[in-house]
Design a protein around this ligand. Structure first.
Ligand code: URP
Ligand code: ZN
Ligand code: ZN
Length: 561
């Protein structure tokens, strides 16, 4: 952390340092006493998703507007094709829905909900032509989205060949289906039945299974919405064993818990229904935050998938029909600051890593996103750690009529939010513009992920035993068949195939310069500490290059990443 000024022009960071020479007439925003951080990246949203007989309430306009209000400048949404549907057609329809509406930048993951040679081919096309580098597979939602283990093996293997990130929703769909039948037969129909039907071990079993399957084919794995202590522990053990796995948890799991399923009001209880469920164990949110602080989990999303009271009431007689999903896209940053930084569990540097930088690295858009350095997109948040706000459905910007964090007081408020150089939150006032956001292609072979995969593959191949006298050993003649050493695996992924991390591809709209507005951010440096060039928010970088001037949550003077 350093004290620096930032100069932005044409939507891009042009200078970082002290005593910058800037053109006259440039707007100057004073950030003294605040943190200047990269805009939040929410890698898990479901805007206007057709799901469980309805469509999620936040569309790409309202959802991304709410994202901006909370300090998130980019989302990654999920294209979810129906079984049998073309992945490419589904992708196109998502682009059509989103392009016109988004107020902030966005990218897309694509779900693989069925498996065939055609799906395989389409995955390749999406990676080559459409800027997709991640695929989500469901181990739950039997009969709609769920894949079987042999299918997961095939998809993971293919992801690995493509240099893509395989993501899983880890829950055992067969067990959930059986538990649900039993609970309904016993007359348990209310929202509490949802959590009872999918206990923690149903999640942790699936996390373990997904890790084991991915490891067979050396495919890096990203587990979305880790919701329980036991699932987190399973990831910790997989990482200890050298598996290339990443874990994401969500604002809901960090900011609230499953006790709400037993609330006397049906609407309140149903408002908390999501999958995997919020856990009854009240120590879960703190434990998940500790996992984030210790790098057992790396990323936070929101899984924003909102449904109004009347939509939730589709399940009033049967918990398994309550549309699954909660809010979070607007409040994620504040909730994590409050529960993580303000509570003293992590420092602001780790906050930036888990809300922005790590997602940018994993999905290969770093350093365009996820840091403030010369050449980065000007997606910047000025975060005031001393301001507070109280979360409420009455004041939030989302389309939904309920907020799972209702009444929570949060220290830490985004005072300015800048997207591609445009000030979208200005002294706390939201000035979102429909269509201002760009689609951001995510290239395959993220070096952050795949460089290590190459090393592991090389290790495995060097461990293989090369024999050239097989026929002699088994009584055949050496001449009958020429023997060649057989590698244990297909040709390995080589890092040199990986594209440069910096994207040069223009966005679908072709232009990066969306605004004339330029500004610089000034901060005094009372102790004279400053760096000349960019400072990235990288918790893997040597700590010596990060200067923490003030303790976490404490007063700052234009502190900057
Ligand atoms: O309850 C949830 N998580 N709804 C959205 C769909 C999903 O599984 O991510
Ligand atoms: Zn999911
Ligand atoms: Zn989700």
């Amino acid at each position: 952390m350093v004290d620096n000024d930032v100069y932005v022009e044409d939507g891009v960071v042009k200078q970082v340092g002290r005593n910058l020479i800037i053109p006259g007439g440039t707007r100057v925003i004073d950030a003294r006493g605040k943190y200047v951080i990269p805009g939040g990246i929410d890698p898990h949203t479901h805007m206007q998703l057709e799901f469980m007989g309805t469509v999620s309430a936040d569309d790409f306009y309202q959802g991304t507007k709410a994202a901006l209000a909370g300090g998130t400048t980019m989302i990654i949404d999920f294209v979810i094709p129906k079984k049998g549907e073309s992945l490419i057609e589904a992708y196109r329809s998502w682009r059509e829905k989103a392009d016109e509406k988004v107020c902030c930048d966005y990218a897309l993951h694509v779900a693989v909900t069925w498996w065939s040679d055609r799906v395989k081919e389409e995955m390749e096309q999406l990676c080559k032509n459409d800027g997709v580098n991640s695929f989500k597979m469901f181990m739950a939602y039997k009969d709609t989205f769920m894949l079987r283990d042999h299918e997961l093996y095939g998809v993971f293997d293919h992801c690995k060949q493509l240099g893509a990130i395989a993501q899983v929703h880890a829950e055992n769909g067969d067990i959930i289906a059986e538990n649900t039948k039993k609970l309904l037969a016993r007359g348990v129909t209310g929202p509490e039945g949802h959590a009872l039907s999918r206990p923690e071990d149903v999640e942790s079993e699936a996390v373990n299974r997904a890790c084991v399957i991915a490891n067979q084919v050396s495919c890096p794995l990203y587990v979305v919405h880790v919701m329980s202590k036991s699932a987190g522990a399973m990831l910790a053990s997989a990482r200890n064993n050298g598996y290339k796995v990443y874990g994401e948890t969500v604002a809901a799991a960090l900011g609230t818990d499953g006790s709400n399923h037993r609330h006397a009001s049906w609407r309140h209880a149903a408002g908390y229904v999501m999958s995997p469920p919020l856990r009854d164990d009240p120590t879960t949110p703190d434990a998940l935050m500790e996992f984030l602080a210790k790098d057992i989990l790396q990323v936070t999303g929101s899984d924003n998938c909102t449904f109004t009271a009347s939509q939730k009431s589709l399940g009033q007689d049967n918990f398994s029909k309550i549309p699954n999903g909660v809010n979070g896209v607007e409040d994620r940053m504040s909730v994590i600051w409050e529960k993580g930084v303000h509570s003293g569990k992590m420092d602001p540097a780790r906050f930036v890593a888990i809300t922005s930088t790590n997602a940018a690295k994993i999905f290969n858009i770093y350093p365009r996103k996820g840091c403030i350095s010369v050449g980065s997109d000007a997606d910047i948040v000025i975060w005031d750690p001393n301001k507070t706000r109280i979360i409420s459905a009455k004041t939030h910007h989302q389309a939904v009529d309920f907020n799972i964090f209702e009444g929570m007081e949060c220290h830490g408020v985004p005072e300015y939010v800048i997207v591609n150089g445009r000030v979208c939150v200005d002294e706390g006032d939201l000035k979102a513009v429909q269509g201002h956001g760009n689609f951001i292609p995510t290239p395959v072979f993220p070096p952050y992920v795949y460089n290590m995969v190459k090393n592991r593959e090389e290790e495995k191949v060097s461990n293989s035993v090369s024999r050239n006298n097989v026929e002699n050993d088994i009584g055949g003649t050496a001449e009958s068949k020429p023997s060649t050493p057989t590698p244990v695996h297909e040709p390995t992924v080589v890092a040199s195939q990986a594209p440069e991390p910096r994207l040069t591809t223009p966005s679908s709209k072709g232009q990066r310069n969306l605004q004339d507005s330029t500004f610089s951010i000034s901060g005094e440096s009372p102790n004279g500490l400053h760096e000349q060039e960019s400072v990235e928010m990288d918790d893997t970088a040597p700590r010596s290059c990060i200067r923490v001037k003030n303790p976490p949550g404490g007063q700052s003077s234009g502190s900057f990443w």
